[in-house]
Ligand binder design. Structure first.
Ligand code: ADP
Length: 882
């Protein structure tokens, strides 16, 4: 920006703007926020408001646009949505008292991760600010620290990741909790930072290395939480995690320089071993939170995600907690059983469940409310919402009294009815208080003597004025005489033109209008001073008392947060119980057996998609011995993918502590669920479908353990038949064999050749989705039965899809020839002259693939090896790098 406008105001503007080069600066001038230079150009475009200029006569006028101060929120929301941040610069002294230029300061930086305004936040989604810090442990091992702060509620979590999976684990963690903004320190080499490029849907914000400095961070945390050592909250041994936590606090402080941060809770250190680690691919593939296809979520829409089927919470806090549970299933039997017992009890005690849920419906978002109370931004209605919530506490406690499962007993113990807080609000705040304390009428009668007096004075003053009007009418005999009020003149007497002759001498003329004149009398002036004086004083006093009340409540924020945590837990458990009751779910048995035994299992989402489609339940038997890897064959559209996902979703539901859609279920804890299914939307990154498929498969082979559950759907589909079959075959063997993985696996494939594996490996079992052929057509029975499909039925499906009969006929013909063992060339059809190239025998390649030790290869080696194989199969194939 040029410096030609040297007025003091513009100099002050440039000075302040220098501190916020990235943000759009809302510069308060009177009743407007003004923007200048590029900010003005950009904002006028993004907000569709007029772009003008300051001092149009100068040779280089400064671009300018502005928004009225009272409407700023809407405009800020728009800019945030457009991915921008906004620095709000206020006049911080009274212009009337200022000597010279009014002092101005940035009081708030609006960024996506630091919002506390109800208008900006989704009630059912958390709004995390994250920081990622790369460092080394005390033993000089590389480590990545991750801190997440939910600014509106004060929830604060720190985690560290180590080992060669660390960076992908951080990515997965970020995918699960979906922070809105991620802070990172400048990294020396681009390589380390490549994973940052994979972040979507969050604002990335580079911060100085100093803001991640561990010693500084430790001091910051100690000051914030008034402790002498970070060991107080289990941070011993953390390094990069502390740095990240410090960076988060530092940034938050910067965005809200004047706000007290007392609502921020001590960071909870989350060990990566406490919960199942779900990767982003699996969260997406299993459609836990978001549907994959074009299916719309929303009111009236079909449930398309596990969350939408499961979520019967009645509070926003509960809904947010359930989301967190879904992406972080538990892996310890005791913890899972504790949740299941509570859900079971609530399911059985319908009366308690109904009563609890009905009481919880009146519970507002206490978590965010107390955040806003501490930050000093909660208005009267929000305080009333807190009161309404507090009113339900005794009823909730009474209902819990009758329940005996440990988790609910624990919630009931050290229960805090918050009676004192309820009474405080009840006594202080008018039940019909307005949205903003600026409107007055907030403080209840009887709470403060002076408020009552001033209110009386203001009210009586109005009576006096009415009396004065009557008196003057009588004195002058003017029937139409009126006492009126406006902002500019205050009170005045208005006399119409026709009656001017009768105006007494002591009326002082103030203003002449077309049809009337306005007057003042000394008596009216005196009354006015008493009325408006009282009103002004009253308003100031009400604001003051309200602020005091808010501070008193803020001092109790910890109690409120504690109760908010209990209420969200009860809400989630009761919601799961409700779903279990309504959807006919059963309680799974959880153990360490390694078995997964399901009788009559159903897909929780598909079964609810259509009322008239009867979902066909299926059994599942998996274990670490004879049923380690199930090969599932059957035509396209038969229901293979649905079955695979159904098993994974049932396991996941069980491990978050939910009942499951099955007649009976026994689940040996799974440490991780891996999925390689369908086409991935990773295509945007420039990889071919096949490459993505192989990279994802490689990740699974590297990361899975014997306790994992793996779903593989049609792997090898992205390449030629024999390549695909060979790879699928080799992968199946690798996963099955104990010396490599030995993990429980569901392997859906349309390569019916793979059913031969059952004879060769002790832990492999064949299943197929049963179909019946009726007059050459396929009827899907959706039943999973033992044994392999002997053919692919692809042609039947092609026919169902409406391919021309002639194509279907020819395909049958070609198939018949291919199925002859010694076939290498396809006979030509009579009239047409097309040939099919000779096909090699599959087994040579299969043998070669069998030899490959995938475990010791990088994805690139694998690709090269694959290219080599492909060259053998088809010498003209395009090669990588060519
Ligand atoms: P595949 O993976 O074999 O191609 P899908 O799993 O995609 O088949 O299933 C195709 C369709 O069949 C799904 O859209 C679903 O609506 C229906 N379906 C699958 N399994 C069942 C079932 N057990 N009962 C009823 N309908 C089912």
């Amino acid at each position: 920006m040029s410096d030609h406008d040297a007025s003091p105001l513009m100099r002050q503007y440039r000075e302040i703007k220098r501190g916020y080069p990235q943000a759009i600066l809302f510069f308060r001038v009177g009743d407007f926020y003004e923007m200048f230079y590029q900010d003005a150009q950009e904002a006028s475009r993004l907000l569709s408001i007029a772009l003008t200029s300051r001092d149009k006569n100068s040779p280089e006028p400064v671009p300018l646009c502005g928004v009225p101060y009272h409407a700023a929120t809407g405009y800020i929301a728009k800019l945030l949505k457009a991915g921008r941040t906004v620095a709000l610069c206020e006049q911080v002294e009274d212009p009337k008292l200022a000597k010279g230029l009014v002092r101005r300061e940035v009081v708030r930086l609006y960024t996506p991760g630091t919002l506390v305004e109800t208008e900006f936040l989704s009630p059912v989604e958390s709004n995390f600010l994250a920081a990622v810090s790369v460092g080394t442990t005390a033993k000089h091992q590389p480590v990545i620290g991750l801190a997440m702060l939910e600014v509106s509620t004060g929830e604060f979590v720190v985690t560290e990741f180590q080992g060669d999976q660390a960076s992908s684990q951080v990515l997965d963690e970020l995918a699960g909790l979906e922070p809105r903004e991620i802070l990172f320190s400048p990294l020396p080499d681009r390589e380390n930072q490549s994973w940052l490029d994979q972040i979507r849907n969050a604002r990335l914000c580079e911060r100085s290395a100093a803001s991640f400095d561990q010693q500084r961070a430790a001091r910051l945390l100690q000051d914030q939480f008034h402790v002498h050592s970070l060991d107080a909250f289990g941070c011993q041994g953390l390094t990069a995690g502390i740095g990240a936590a410090g960076a988060v606090l530092d940034y938050f402080r910067e965005t809200q320089p004047t706000a007290p941060l007392d609502h921020i809770r001590r960071p909870r250190v989350r060990r990566t071993t406490d919960a199942m680690h779900l990767d982003s691919v699996t969260i997406r593939n299993l459609e836990l939170l978001k549907p994959m296809g074009a299916l719309e979520e929303g009111p009236g829409a079909k449930p398309a995600t596990l969350l939408s089927v499961l979520d019967r919470t009645v509070t926003a806090m509960g809904s947010r907690l359930l989301r967190q549970w879904l992406v972080r299933p538990l892996i310890h039997c005791d913890a899972i059983r504790a949740r299941l017992d509570a859900v079971g009890e609530l399911k059985d005690c319908m009366q308690a469940r109904v009563a609890l849920r009905s009481a919880l419906r009146d519970v507002q978002d206490i978590s965010r409310l107390s955040g806003r109370i501490v930050l000093g931004v909660a208005g009267p209605r929000e305080i009333l919402a807190l009161k309404q919530s507090l009113a339900t506490f005794p009823e909730i406690a009474a209902q819990l009294q009758s329940l005996s499962s440990p988790l609910l007993v624990e919630a009931r113990s050290s229960w805090d009815d918050g009676r004192d807080l309820y009474e405080l609000i009840e006594q202080a705040i008018q039940a019909d208080a307005p949205l903003s304390v600026r409107e007055g009428g907030v403080i209840r009668e009887g709470y403060h003597a002076e408020v009552d007096e001033l209110r009386k004075a203001a009210k009586e003053g109005k009576h006096w004025i009415a009396a004065l009007e009557a008196k003057e009418r009588e004195r002058t005999g003017i029937e139409s005489l009126k006492v009126r009020y406006n902002q500019v003149f205050g009170y005045y007497i208005e006399i119409t033109k026709a009656n001017l002759a009768r105006v007494p001498a002591d009326f002082i003329r103030k203003q002449t209008l077309v049809n009337a004149e306005r007057f003042m009398t000394p008596e009216l002036k005196g009354l006015e001073e008493r009325v408006t004086g009282a009103e002004v004083k009253l308003l100031a006093l009400e604001q003051d008392l309200f602020a005091q009340l808010r501070i008193r409540l803020a001092e109790q924020a910890n109690r409120l947060q504690e109760m908010a945590g209990k209420l969200s837990l009860i809400d989630v458990l009761a919601g799961l119980a409700e779903t279990a009751a309504l959807n006919q779910y059963t309680k799974p048995v959880i153990d360490e057996s390694g078995a997964i035994d399901l009788r009559g299992g159903r897909h929780p989402v598909v079964e609810r998609l259509s009322e008239d489609m009867a979902f066909v339940p299926n059994d599942t038997q998996l274990n670490l011995e004879s049923h380690r890897l199930l090969i599932l064959t059957g035509p396209n559209m038969a229901g293979k993918s649905t079955y695979l996902r159904q098993v994974a979703l049932i396991v996941l539901l069980a491990q978050i502590g939910s009942f499951v859609p099955a007649a009976e279920a026994r689940i040996g804890i799974v440490d991780r669920i891996f999925t390689r299914v369908g086409a991935s939307d990773n295509l945007a990154s420039g990889h071919s479908t096949f490459m993505v498929e192989m990279v994802e498969t490689a990740t699974i082979l590297h990361s899975a353990t014997v306790r994992s559950l793996i779903l593989l759907d049609e792997i090898g589909r992205g390449t030629s038949t024999y390549d695909g079959l060979s790879i699928a075959w080799a992968v199946a063997e690798y996963i099955h064999d104990r010396r490599h993985l030995g993990a429980r696996t569901l392997f859906a494939t349309h390569y019916h050749e793979m059913t031969q594996l059952e004879q060769q490996r002790e832990g492999i079992r064949n299943y197929r989705v049963d179909v019946r052929e009726v007059d050459g057509d396929v009827v899907f029975l959706r039943k999973i039965v033992a044994g392999g499909a002997d053919r692919s039925y692809g042609i039947h499906v092609a026919r169902l899809a409406g391919l021309p009969e002639s194509v279907i006929g020819r395909a049958r013909d070609v198939l018949a020839q291919l199925e002859q063992p010694e076939a290498t060339t396809i006979q030509q059809t009579k009239p047409a002259q097309h040939t099919t190239p000779p096909l090699p025998q599959p087994h040579a390649i299969v043998e070669e693939v069998r030899q490959i030790d995938l475990f010791s290869m990088t994805p690139l080696d694998a690709l090269n090896r694959l290219a080599e194989l492909q060259r053998k199969v088809s010498p003209t194939a395009k090669q990588p790098g060519s």
